[in-house]
Design a binder for this molecule. Structure first.
Ligand code: ATP
Length: 265
């Protein structure tokens, strides 16, 4: 069979036989996973399955005992979290992290990376117009992302005491301003009602299609994952139990058994 465009394109994120042990416990046991450009993949599994450990390995918080992590075709296994972030990886956390004393727009602006180069003293002397245009570009980008997230009407609102659904969108916006290649979302539907969760998923869907951002999300709400992900990885006691489309996962005997069938609609 001739290779498809997806086969030829390097994976945005590629994990190869990643293992992590805590004493005698294998939190991850030779887990491999591939995330194509623009793909939204769900990561599910019972408590203790290894989901958080896998996120920590991808973001660089934890170094695996064995295995390889590649970002956009580059081996980043030994890279720091900061270096991975500069290479296009972003992560949100289950506990929403927004700056309450800033406006929603300022929350996005502080998350934009200053991409300017050096230039030294001469650069400083002649650089003022350049800095102004960069500042304008940052603001334009923040406004664009606010629109993507449906937050443009709230841009000037202080981000304190926001409802969880809005705060999650602000956090998503903060992760998006630098146009990441790979976005890790930790329990994005947690604390959201059905409508809010679907609204959040619509934004994720839009950025994956329009910007080609690849998304890996950990989520306990299996119905949400089945509705909104292109592919799903199921972890069980540190091993990959299944990897497939929502339809394949829905009809997977071992997955149904692991979830006692109850969580699967
Ligand atoms: N710092 C640690 N020290 C010792 N054991 C750990 C540590 N972190 C995780 N583990 C163990 O590794 C295994 C995987 O844990 P992990 O937190 O990755 O699972 P999880 O799928 O994210 O679970 P949950 O859904 O409850 O968050 C579990 O057996 C856990 O007890």
């Amino acid at each position: 069979m001739p290779p498809t465009a997806e086969d030829r394109a390097p994976a945005a994120l590629e994990l190869t036989e990643v293992s992590v042990h805590f004493g005698g416990i294998a939190a991850l046991d030779e887990v491999s996973l591939s995330l194509a450009p623009g793909q939204v993949r769900g990561l599910i599994g019972a408590n203790g399955a290894g989901k958080t450990t896998l996120f920590d390995v991808i973001s660089g918080i934890r170094t695996p005992d064995r295995g390889r992590v590649e970002l956009l075709g580059r081996d980043v296994t030994a890279w720091s979290p900061h270096r991975r972030a500069r290479a296009g990886l972003r992560r949100t956390f289950q506990r929403v992290q927004v700056f309450g004393w800033l406006t929603i727009e300022e929350n996005l602006l502080v998350a934009t990376e200053w991409r300017g180069g050096g230039g030294g003293v001469l650069g400083d002397l002649v650089g003022a117009p350049t800095r102004r245009s960069r500042e304008a570009a940052r603001r334009a980008r923040a406004r664009q992302v606010l629109a993507t997230c449906g937050l443009e009407d709230m841009a000037d609102r202080q981000a304190t005491g926001l409802p969880t659904g809005t705060a999650r969108l602000v956090e998503l916006g903060r992760a998006l301003v630098d146009d990441p290649a790979v976005l890790l979302l930790d329990e994005p539907a947690s604390g959201l009602d059905h409508a809010e969760a679907d609204r959040f998923a619509d934004v994720v869907d839009a950025i994956s299609r329009e910007s080609g951002t690849s998304v890996l999300l950990v989520e306990h709400d299996v119905a949400f994952v089945l509705r909104h992900c292109h592919r799903i990885t199921v972890l069980d006691l540190g091993r990959t139990l299944a990897d497939g489309t929502p339809e394949e996962i829905r009809s997977h005997d071992a997955v149904r058994a692991a979830y006692l069938g109850a969580a699967l609609p």
